[in-house]
Design a protein around this ligand. Structure first.
Ligand SMILES: [Cu+2]
Length: 274
């Protein structure tokens, strides 16, 4: 009930923001970039209750900044070629866009952002490189030439079998904003994540495994595991485990390790009716 009440308050605060697209009278600086008064900061929400980009098409002028705001989960903004969804353009173009993995966890009071200056009016294709998010449709198009482009790109992404991560952070600046200024309301906290880890043993291991993604996040963040160490847990088939790396682990463009447990094949689970 307390959370419900605070959600209402927070929703009211968001509604009170003047506009989704911020207009200014004076030049401002954002993440080291100077933005002329005529240009815009365009928020795009990444993740949340669903693995999406909202909006998933944006019309932006050269000089605008697209501000990706990372909601629940752990996501990236990574550029691909139009005909190679879920594959990083960085493999052939070193300056292609990649934000690195930026998480949002229950209780955060700031929101991670990736501020991407628009330097060309060319159409740009972006996806999330975390787990199966790209195959599930977490893709977007900047400056599409028509409405069909995002449809075709999403369909292409769904026909791939896996994603490839970007390498170095490129094409923008990682920063943060207060949660109160974000363009989204976080998903409700998960009960199992909120429960103190290891306070009580789960009565039913199968039930625990069903929400292993959440439970594992809580367990993994409760204590750091040394380099070379082993984390042992029980998860359901198809679950995704996201493990944040310690701050002192220096892997360019990488802040997490994501492991997806293979799901059983549909053929094995079905018996054709006679
Ligand atoms: Cu994602």
């Amino acid at each position: 009930m307390l959370f419900f009440a605070s959600s209402i308050l927070f929703a009211a605060a968001v509604t009170a923001l003047p506009s989704r697209i911020i207009s200014r009278q004076e030049p401002v600086e954002l993440g080291g970039f100077k933005i002329a008064a005529a240009n815009k900061i365009i928020p795009v929400v990444v993740g949340g209750p669903q693995d999406t980009f909202v909006p998933n098409t944006v019309a932006a002028a050269v000089g605008d900044i697209i501000q990706f705001q990372f909601s629940n989960g752990n996501h990236t903004v990574t550029q691909s070629a139009a005909d190679s969804p879920c594959q990083p353009l960085q493999a052939t173009v070193a300056t292609a866009i990649h934000s690195g993995h930026i998480p949002f966890q229950d209780g955060q009071t700031t929101v991670g952002t990736f501020n991407m200056p628009v330097t060309s009016a060319d159409t740009m294709f972006l996806y999330c490189a975390t787990g199966p998010h790209c195959q599930e449709g977490q893709v977007m198009v900047v400056n599409p030439t028509d409405n069909q482009q995002i449809v075709d790109y999403a369909k292409g992404a769904q026909s791939t079998t896996s994603s490839v991560d970007g390498t170095a952070v490129s094409g923008g600046t990682v920063a943060s904003i207060p949660l109160a200024d974000a363009a989204f309301v976080p998903a409700p906290a998960q009960d199992q994540a909120a429960a103190p880890p290891a306070a009580e043993a789960p009565a039913d291991p199968a039930a625990s495994a069903a929400s292993s993604s959440v439970a594992t996040d809580a367990a993994a963040t409760s204590a750091a595991t040394a380099a070379g160490g082993t984390i042992t847990t029980t998860v359901a088939a198809g679950a995704t485990i996201t493990l944040p790396l310690a701050a002192d682990v220096s892997v360019p463009g990488t802040t997490t390790v994501v492991v997806t447990v293979p799901a059983p094949t549909a053929a094995a689970a079905e018996t054709p009716a006679a």
